[in-house]
Design a protein around this ligand. Structure first.
Ligand code: F6R
Length: 608
């Protein structure tokens, strides 16, 4: 989704701003632009498509500047085009970049047109430039103009603005959309994503909602929502270039798939000891709170929601707690009833997903015992706003399609199921069994990754089709859904998932030789029933690709049965995810899609 970077420096900033845009490419975008202050004019360059095209324009024009703002846009209002790309400007006086959505833009646009402003783009963002120009005329300084504009703006925004009459400083503002400052050497930076400026500094200040800051090469000043000057904590984070490079891999997604043994180790490391999960791994006081829990509510989106659906089974079987799972985007709109002693769990890789954050904020007004976040980004809004949090420690996930974030979420959720059971003094033998199995999990994943050659053998048959059906039962149904999501988002093959028992209630009508069926058949009490469901597919000419426990045998037309490594049944959903990730990756590779940045998608979905 959109990315902002801004810099005030004693050196030329054009190159570092473009490098920052490159670092944010993984978020997904359709156009890019830059505005560079050149004392009596502003160099304003934009390009539809890749950042490289903007860079080519920069190389051709070589603008020199020590103060600038830049942006990657992911279209919300108005089609992807150069004219809709940021920065937007007003009367060549004010240039802005904006992330988020201005909800009252129609009303503000109309009033600005009455004030004589001409709109060149179809975006909601352009009005911010006009508003600032209008208020600059009244106040003569950008900080005051920003507060006057903020009073009018409804919605979510991170803004960076420059004024033609000020070649030393720029102003940024944050409301419900991430924004941070970076303190460099002889320069101060602002960005919506720490990765954009992680090469330039290890010192960050995470702005809070309502904050406005003015930055120059030597100094910064932060004001809060009430325009009171404030000091915000400086956080030191080392974002090494190694963690964000592809290394020997063709794509980030491939690298992240292969990082999973280490990522899972990082999730469980220091959190289990002896035969049990350690106390208070979700934060001080969490063990006591967990003892009171009688019901669980999970909210999340996309892949993170699938992790929640798997975990709901574990909360039931290990922690003996009922659990409801909701799409974060739906939860607030169903007037949820909150039972006594309910715990809210949010799951998010980025910790910045607007729907999940909105659900968390909504839930805070309700009568929950507390909130627990499962999150991969320690500096995120979700991490800061949750009562308790467990970081998945997966390391930066750059590929838009979530892989290691998902399996580490599952490991983190398993730790939560164990912690709840421990606080409730339940199932010590089962806890010991799971803890023992968790220790071997990285090795089992390592074994599972060796299935690549068998997956390469089946990938062409799936890559040549337009549709695919994924089947699983019980806890494997959300894994089948995750497999279908991976395939559709990176290969653009239409894929759906069903609980295998539902086939005969409708989807069986879709089965023919053009519908590959990918099924998950672990050893379980319903394995036989699943095999019968798959026979129904075979009898209708469907080709089956089955990931199965070695004990499950079956004949599959021209398809394949791929034997999975053994592991404790409770952890098998994590293991069965791996071949589905590999399969979608190999299929997408054959179809030649943009695997790390699939069309229309964004990594961090910061608009509702
Ligand atoms: C799919 C994918 C998305 C995200 C979803 C939530 O591969 O990555 O479905 O899972 O947008 O994002 P987070 O987890 O950052 O809240």
């Amino acid at each position: 989704m959109c990315g902002i970077i801004a810099a005030a420096s004693t050196r030329n900033v054009g190159k570092l701003l473009v490098q920052g845009l490159h670092k944010m490419e993984y978020r997904g975008y359709d156009s890019a632009g830059i505005a560079l202050h050149q004392n009596d004019s502003i160099a304003h360059l934009r390009a539809l498509g890749k950042v490289q095209l903007l860079e080519d324009k920069m190389v051709a024009e070589k603008p020199k500047s020590k103060l600038g703002i830049a942006h990657t846009r992911w279209a919300t209002h108005g089609e992807p085009s150069e004219i809709n790309a940021h920065p937007h400007q007003s009367k060549n006086n004010v240039y802005i970049v904006h992330n988020g959505i201005i909800e009252n833009y129609i009303e503000l646009r109309e009033s600005l047109i009455k004030d004589g402003y001409e709109f060149l783009s179809q975006t909601d963002s352009e009005l911010i430039a006009h508003l600032l120009d209008l208020y600059l005329k009244q106040s003569n300084n950008m900080i005051d103009a920003m507060y006057l504009a903020k009073a009018k703006l409804e919605g979510a925004y991170a803004i960076a603005a420059i004024d033609i009459n000020d070649n030393e400083s720029l102003v940024v503002a944050r409301n419900k959309s991430p924004l941070l400052l970076g303190l460099g050497t002889d320069e101060i930076l602002a960005a919506s994503d720490p990765l954009a400026i992680g090469q330039l500094t290890n010192e960050f200040i995470f702005l809070e909602d309502g904050d406005v800051a003015e930055i120059s090469a030597e100094a910064y000043t932060i004001f809060d929502a009430n325009k009171k000057q404030v000091t915000r904590e400086i956080t030191k984070i080392d974002i090494s270039s190694q963690a964000t490079s592809k290394g020997e891999y063709k794509h980030y997604m491939e690298k992240e798939i292969y990082e999973q043994p280490q990522a899972i180790l990082n999730t469980i490391d220091g959190r289990i000891g002896g035969d049990d999960v350690l106390d208070n791994i979700f934060g001080l006081g969490s063990a006591e709170l967990f003892a009171q829990v009688e019901r669980i509510q999970i909210v999340a989106c996309g892949t993170s929601l699938h992790a929640g659906r798997v975990a709901a089974n574990w909360f039931s079987s290990i922690s003996e707690l009922p659990c409801q799972v909701d799409y974060a985007s739906e939860y607030r709109y169903r007037n949820p009833h909150v039972d006594k002693n309910s715990l809210l769990i949010t799951i998010s890789q980025s910790g910045e997903t607007a729907d999940t954050l909105a659900a968390l904020r909504y839930a805070k007004e309700k009568d929950y015992l507390g909130s627990v976040g499962i999150c991969n980004v320690p500096t995120s809004s979700l991490a800061r706003e949750s009562d308790f949090v467990l970081f998945t420690n997966a390391g930066p996930e750059i590929g838009v399609a979530s892989t290691k974030a998902f399996t580490t979420q599952l490991a983190g959720l398993m730790l939560l199921a164990l912690s709840l059971a421990k606080s409730r003094e339940l199932n010590p033998i089962l806890r010991k069994r799971v803890v023992t199995a968790l220790r071997t999990l990285p090795e089992v994943i390592h074994e599972t990754l060796k299935l690549k050659d068998q997956i390469l053998a089946i990938a062409p048959a799936i890559a040549s089709k337009d549709n695919a059906l994924f089947l699983g039962r019980g806890v494997f149904y959300p894994i089948a859904k995750e497999g279908a999501l991976k395939l559709k988002e990176i290969s653009y093959i239409h894929a759906e998932a069903y609980p295998a028992g539902e086939l005969k209630h409708g989807p069986l009508a879709l089965i023919d030789e053009n519908m590959p069926v990918i099924a998950l058949a672990p050893e379980s009490e319903i394995a036989e029933k699943l095999v019968s469901n798959l026979e129904e597919v075979k009898a209708r000419g469907g080709t089956l690709y089955v990931f199965a426990d070695p004990s499950v045998t079956m004949d599959v037309n021209n398809g394949a049965v791929i034997s999975m490594p053994k592991c404790d049944f409770l952890l098998t959903p994590i293991i069965y995810t791996i071949p589905l990730q590999l399969l979608s990756y190999e299929v997408a590779l054959l179809r030649g899609t943009d695997i790390d940045q699939p069309r229309n998608l964004a990594k961090s979905v910061t608009v509702e």
